[in-house]
Design a protein around this ligand. Sequence first.
Ligand code: 13P
Ligand code: SF4
Length: 310
Amino acid sequence: MATSVPPHPSQLIEEISELRTRHKAVILAHNYELAEVQDIADFTGDSLELSRRAAVVEAEVIVFCGVHFMAETAAILAPGRTVLLPVAEAGCPMADMITPEELLAFQADHPGAVTVTYVNSTAEIKALSDLCCTSANARAVVESIPVDRTILFVPDRHLGEWVTRGMDRQVVFWPGFCPVHQRILPEDIARKRGQFPDALVMVHPECDLAVCESADFVESTGGMLRRIADLPHGTKLILGTEVGMINRLQTARPDLVMIPAGPDLVCANMKMTRLVHVRDALLHLRHRITVNPAIADRARGAIERMLAIP
Ligand code: 13P
Ligand code: SF4
């Protein structure tokens, strides 16, 4: 049986460029995507930056290189545009850790509470929420809520605990988590600090609260890029986040020394998308992400209330 030879990357890049022009498409990529995908993207960023971009994009087709909830958020914010997710199976396990039935029961147990939902969630969950947040703006979102209101924070317990620490507020957390960031333990950080005593520690707020409290900086992926801009030449950084971020940070600051906080900090879903999938997405206009209009309208309200917070 004849085996097909995979196309050369330069050929794929050429095809993507031609198809992008033909379809008036824009390619958005998350910071954790493979370097080959980030390199051909029109814009790479964190969840908040990508949402803002999706909301104002003029292109007719948005190819979203990331995971399902991100493309779904783009489809909600850009109605009328064609939103494509190159790999249909690329999902976020955290987004599936709460169902609409579970959220409705949670809300029924806490009448009058305000539901704040991390964007790593399905459109149905967003539609049942008062406000969305990302890791970059979660504290500002919580601060926008009157202090006498109880907050239900879903689905990421760790992000919720981190952003509400020290606040004199009634907050009830849903026990969701990111399986990648949850792997980082306080002992890992202590061990790395022992090995690299002059290094700074930077982690993502999806890490456990004790890990966040032991860090020098806790940042969204976009915040990490901003944070390193002013670090002195040669600074060593112990990084508590997905490994893809190392490439992103190292490209911006080749002089810094990046040390992963632990082994295997890989989000398999973020690594599914390759150049060939981007090419095929544009070639076959697949996989289209659509959201039921009634759900999209309600979810858009929760996202737009978030985007309106400075
Ligand atoms: P950011 O919003 O910081 O990019 O995080 C998204 C995410 O899924 C991190 O695991
Ligand atoms: Fe979801 Fe974690 Fe992957 Fe982010 S890193 S997409 S939260 S599984």
